[in-house]
Write a protein that binds this ligand. Structure first.
Ligand code: SF4
Ligand code: SF4
Length: 182
């Protein structure tokens, strides 16, 4: 997900989510993430890329086992994916809408020339944090937060930004700090 929209808030829901996290590592994760930002930066810049890529799948899997996206949805609430042409075609077809109507109703063009959601939270996010177009969601949403891709290490600034609001990104970075000398 190429995040376009800035926002920052701590909801009651989010606080509950943090209380429910079992692992010590995840207690107060946002504060720790902020404190460790410099270390993450060093790790992403200095560590051998292949070494990181080798361990990412394991940490990615562990993060998704421990963290429940449905209790978070920070990405869907605060940022928009890009809606690329195949996404627009697929989703508008699924919604049985003409592409032009779909675009008019849900999207706008941002400063980079990409189609993004015209409001936040994302118009397809339900109050229960479920995505109403989950099976057809944009490819950016499927890939986010890139913790199992080379984008994680290639787009360092994006990963650092994601670590400020996505506990999965934070968790993977912490595991890397723990396991890989940097
Ligand atoms: S991907 Fe990250 S920010 Fe999005 S819902 Fe899951 S944990 Fe939250
Ligand atoms: S399309 Fe679905 S998964 Fe993607 S941001 Fe919107 S609600 Fe979240």
């Amino acid at each position: 997900m190429d995040h376009k929209i800035e926002a920052n808030y701590l909801t009651v829901e989010k606080r509950l989510f943090l209380c429910n996290m079992a692992e010590n590592m995840l207690n107060d994760w946002e504060k720790k993430s902020e404190e460790h930002n410099k270390k993450y930066k060093q790790l992403l810049h200095r560590t051998d890329k292949n070494r990181v890529l080798k361990v990412l799948p394991e940490f990615h899997e562990e993060a998704f086992e421990k963290i429940e996206c449905l209790q978070c949805a920070n990405c869907c609430k605060n940022y928009s994916p890009r809606f690329k042409t195949p996404d627009v075609k697929r989703i508008s077809k699924h919604l049985k809408m003409r592409e032009s109507i779909f675009i008019e109703k849900y999207l706008l063009v941002d400063e980079d020339g990409d189609f993004v959601a015209n409001k936040k939270p994302c118009p397809f996010l339900g109050t229960d944090n479920y995505c109403s177009i989950y099976e057809e969601r944009p490819s950016d949403c499927r890939r986010f937060p890139y913790t199992n891709e080379d984008v994680f290490i290639k787009r360092k600034e994006l990963t650092l930004k994601n670590s400020t609001f996505c506990p999965i990104t934070y968790f993977v970075l912490e595991k890397l700090l723990e396991k890989i000398p940097h």
